[in-house]
Design a protein around this ligand. Structure first.
Ligand code: B12
Length: 216
């Protein structure tokens, strides 16, 4: 019988080897074995993605490798999604959360994972997608009246736009009606404090814990 550590290691390797088929196979194997798919995402697939990111930064891997690794990760997530969402459909509605990747930024994998995990936790999630114009967050807050509006930023250059979400929500007179949440690899609690965002979460599990606390 395969263990959680073994399956996580296999998933990490599949992403690092840019192997969509193995990623899909390993994810199905985890479901069949009844293993923890959240751990598989965080400690397996994401760990592989992070390692690819480090090698990209060091100049040993290049953009096509990033694309190939994210394809493998997405292939794995696609296998896991029905199982994850089936778990989520059984829980009650805890409130609405609007989420999107900030303007100028097309990194969507982490945001998608956060959105999926929030759905599983019982929130109604309005996913605005990626490269979301700041005004679109404001419009979505007016339209959906969410409990929380979250933005994801994966680059230091786009992270600064999270500040504009705060500003434009204030200018539109709706800042006090909603909690703001920020996340993404370069984002920190210090950054959230600096721009006046209500919630910072390091990963999807942390986001679920903090959003549940906010909904109580
Ligand atoms: C995959 C990837 C890509 C893929 C994205 C595919 C996709 N559909 O998302 C592709 C190949 C398209 C890509 C493109 C680029 N990339 Co890129 N990419 C990455 C990489 C390797 C991994 C990101 C990832 O998916 N991680 C896995 C997920 C699960 O983790 P995550 O995103 O961090 O999300 C978790 C948490 O952060 C958190 N979270 C995320 N969002 C949110 C939101 C909220 C509200 C909350 C609470 C929490 C939260 O929870 C998530 C789950 O646990 C990173 C390196 C890295 N280590 O981050 C570089 C990285 C982000 N990319 C980088 C760069 C430079 C680029 C390009 C500019 C490259 C180029 N020359 O064209 C373009 C950008 C184009 C653009 N305009 O956006 C740099 C950014 C540097 C910087 N300025 O800060 C990085 C850091 C690589 C590096 N080390 O240099 N990239």
């Amino acid at each position: 019988m395969v263990t959680q550590d073994e399956i996580n290691a296999k998933a990490k390797a599949a992403v690092m080897e840019f192997d969509d088929e193995v990623a899909e196979y390993v994810c199905q194997e985890a479901i069949d074995a009844g293993l923890d798919v959240v751990s598989l995402i965080q400690d397996g697939l994401t760990a592989g993605m992070n390692e690819v990111g480090v090698q990209f930064e060091q100049g040993t891997l290049f953009l096509p490798h990033l694309i190939a690794a994210s394809d493998a990760m997405s292939a794995g997530i696609a296998v896991l999604s029905p199982t994850l969402e089936a778990e989520g459909s059984e829980t009650e509605n805890k409130g609405t959360i609007v989420i999107g990747t900030i303007e100028g930024d097309i990194h969507s994998i982490g945001k998608d994972i956060v959105a999926t995990m929030l759905k599983i936790a019982g929130f109604r999630v309005v996913d605005l997608g990626r490269d979301v114009a700041i005004g679109a967050y404001v419009d979505a807050v007016k339209e959906h009246k969410p409990l929380i509006v979250g933005s994801s930023a994966l680059m230091t250059t786009t992270m600064v736009l999270q500040m504009q979400v705060e500003e434009q929500l204030r200018e539109a007179g709706v800042r006090d009606s909603v909690l703001t949440m920020v996340g993404g690899a370069p984002v920190t609690q210090d950054w959230a404090d600096k721009i006046g965002s209500d919630i910072y979460a390091e990963n999807a599990t942390d986001a679920v814990v903090k959003c549940k606390a906010a909904a109580e």
